[in-house]
Design a protein around this ligand. Structure first.
Ligand SMILES: NC(=O)c1ccc[n+]([C@@H]2O[C@H](COP(=O)([O-])OP(=O)(O)OC[C@H]3O[C@@H](n4cnc5c(N)ncnc54)[C@H](O)[C@@H]3O)[C@@H](O)[C@H]2O)c1
Ligand SMILES: [Zn+2]
Length: 344
């Protein structure tokens, strides 16, 4: 079965045929993956930003959709034939041991969920069943970008109607956050990005204003829009340590900073205001509970209250994954979708 394997940090992924584990164990589910999103988290994994990678060689990918083929003992929440979202946050069902694949007689490691492989062995609690008439292509985005972005707004920041929002980085996460902020009637919703096109795209997702981050007078531009009080809530999604510091500093002493981006380096902040009214939160998938959240979002999409399919700007086959990664790194894409295997 075709897979993309990370063999060495900071190197292109290797596309190879690998063997599935011999047995689908207790709490495990075999899924044929149809679509996978590409998230900043995989770029971080490839670049080992969290430190030396102890699991090499390993599989990757944490937002996907597919069809259940087989279930292990004890599994009760999904059955063969079900359409499912593959997500990295925990949900109902059991947590299994992680699977071990093999390639030319060598072990290939994997976490509880991977999506850059045609067939995947997933822990039951990383799957959520969706209706069969819902687009599997859009459903892949529930694995992370939508649930994390919407959760960051609802659960981490708890944005209230009419609060003002500033978002650094208008990639997949920034767009998802803009959409959720608009759903809760935040105003204004301002996006900062180095790419003008991303800001334009953000306007389709609810941005009311945009600032190009290479403009020299960015502080003044923020002040022009938010006045002396500044934004109520700032989301940081670039993961650039300097931008994270800037996001925290720009937050007023009674405001909230939500760090969504994963830092590329250590950051330095003045912590005293946190002892008073300033709040700093680090988002962990927006504290989303996928099997509770996904049905709500599907209802909105089905009733045309939101269109999240337009988050997808590019599509590639699994065999073209390194091309997709290069495009992702350019910062020019919205969400990139990988076609992993045919829907039927
Ligand atoms: N906390 C979580 O649970 C969680 C969940 C998903 C992703 N993430 C992290 O969020 C970050 C973003 O992920 P993504 O998938 O949206 O990535 P992305 O590449 O799609 O988006 C990043 C955006 O930031 C912009 N950008 C980069 N440098 C900038 C700068 N200096 N100033 C302004 N804009 C800049 C890029 O142009 C791009 O539009 C990553 O670090 C990822 O690991 C965290
Ligand atoms: Zn992700």
């Amino acid at each position: 079965m075709k897979s993309a394997i990370l063999i060495e940090s900071n190197k292109p992924l290797v596309i190879a045929d690998i063997d599935l584990p011999k047995k689908i164990d207790f709490g495990q589910v075999l899924v044929r993956v149809c679509y996978s999103g590409l998230c900043g988290a995989q770029i971080n994994e490839i670049e080992a930003v969290k430190g030396k990678d102890k699991f090499l060689p390993h599989l990757l990918g944490h937002e996907g959709s597919g069809v259940v083929e087989k279930i292990g003992d004890g599994v009760t929440t999904v059955k063969p034939g079900d359409h499912v979202v593959l997500h990295w946050r925990k949900s109902s069902g059991m947590q299994s041991f992680t699977p071990k694949y093999s390639w030319n007689g060598k072990q290939v490691n994997a976490g509880w969920v991977t999506t850059f492989n045609e067939k995947t062995v997933v822990s039951e609690n990383r799957l959520t069943v969706i209706p069969k008439d819902f687009s599997l292509r859009t459903a892949a985005l529930f694995g992370c970008v939508i649930t994390s972005g919407f959760g960051a707004v609802n659960n981490d920041a708890k944005v209230k109607i009419g609060q003002s929002v500033l978002i650094f980085g208008i990639g997949g996460m920034g767009l998802s956050i803009a959409c959720a902020a608009s759903l809760v009637s935040a105003f204004p919703i301002v996006g900062v990005d180095i790419h003008k096109d991303k800001i334009e795209m953000g306007k389709e997702f609810g941005l009311t204003h945009g600032i190009e981050s290479n403009s020299s007078n960015i502080k003044e531009k923020i002040k022009d829009i938010f006045g002396n009080k500044g934004p109520d809530i700032i989301f940081e999604t670039t993961g650039n340590s300097k931008v994270m510091e800037q996001a925290y500093e720009t937050t007023p002493n009674d405001g909230k900073t939500i760090f969504v981006g994963v830092p590329d380096k250590k950051i330095s902040i003045y912590s005293l205001p946190l002892a008073f009214d300033k709040i700093l939160e680090v988002s962990h998938g927006g504290n989303s509970i996928p099997d509770k959240d996904i049905p709500r979002y599907i209802r909105l999409i089905k009733n045309k209250k939101i269109n999240l399919e337009k988050l997808i700007t590019h599509e590639f086959d699994l065999s073209e994954i390194n091309k997709a990664i290069d495009l992702f790194r350019s910062g020019k894409a919205g969400r990139i979708i990988l076609r992993i295997s045919k829907e039927n």
